[in-house]
Design a protein around this ligand. Structure first.
Ligand code: GLP
Length: 241
């Protein structure tokens, strides 16, 4: 794993953008994208670059990690809405080329199979990831098998609490979500994982130096051929780099 320590969030976002720009040299790149607060700085830089330098996304396809079960794409807490308001509606990507699980799907098994087929048809050049404080990636909580594909998960209390800040009350946080599985994530050619803040330091330690174990889902990335971690100094505090 290549490790880049950034002095602050701005530098983390800039370094992430440099990597993304390299991938976008292919005008038909397939991007695996993520939600959460950590990638927002990168998305702002992608938007600025599109506006200032004309980088085009017309041929780009984007596949997202996860979506809350029960939320419509128009719900302002859905990840589809997040992607539109923070990135897709600000660049020239064709929305028909953007994929995310359908949170309203009634037949969940069929929806997971549909999404796995999309992932198989669109090999990703890069998969962007954040990391949960408990080491989760996408919504793959501790204990998720490394060979998992798209599935529906019950969110842990820890994740519900962490994500409650985006909702009016904790009760509004959906309890379940669709997520790419860990195998889907590691199938991407390149993985870029971003970690910011002291509350991620333990998870980053496990990601970089811990045992490769399903108890810390991100630890599987130690075995990926082309994984880059960009952490700010707070998140990197325990890895001694
Ligand atoms: C959520 C998402 C993850 C994300 C994590 C961390 O649980 N499903 O994909 O990595 O939150 O979010 P943040 O970047 O806001 O810390």
């Amino acid at each position: 794993m290549k490790i880049i320590i950034a002095k602050d969030y701005e530098e983390l976002s800039e370094k992430a953008f440099e990597i993304m720009r390299g991938v976008l040299e292919n005008p038909n790149a397939v991007l695996g994208l993520a939600t959460g607060s950590t990638p927002l700085g990168l998305y702002r830089k992608m938007v600025a670059d599109h506006l200032e330098n004309g980088t085009s996304y017309k041929g780009v396809r984007a596949v997202n990690l996860d979506e809350y079960a029960g939320l419509a794409p128009t719900n302002d807490q859905s990840y589809r809405y997040f992607m539109r308001s923070n990135l897709f509606d600000k660049i020239d990507i064709d929305l028909n080329n953007t994929y995310i699980e359908n949170g309203l799907a009634e037949d969940e098994a069929a929806e997971c199979a549909r999404y796995n087929a999309i992932l198989a048809a669109l090999p990703r050049d890069i998969q962007l990831l954040g990391i949960g404080a408990n080491g989760h990636i996408a919504f793959n909580e501790p204990g998720t098998p490394f060979n998992s594909e798209t599935h529906v998960v019950a969110l842990t209390e820890n994740t519900i609490e962490m994500n409650a800040r985006f909702f009016k009350t904790k009760d509004e946080v959906p309890r379940r979500a669709f997520t790419m599985g860990i195998k889907n994530i590691t199938d991407a050619r390149k993985v870029l994982i971003l970690a910011c803040g002291a509350n991620k330091a333990k998870a980053v330690y496990g990601l970089v130096k811990g045992e490769v174990t399903e108890d810390l889902p991100a630890s599987i990335l130690q075995k990926h051929d082309d994984c880059i971690l960009i952490a700010d100094s707070d998140a990197a505090a325990l890895i001694g780099e």
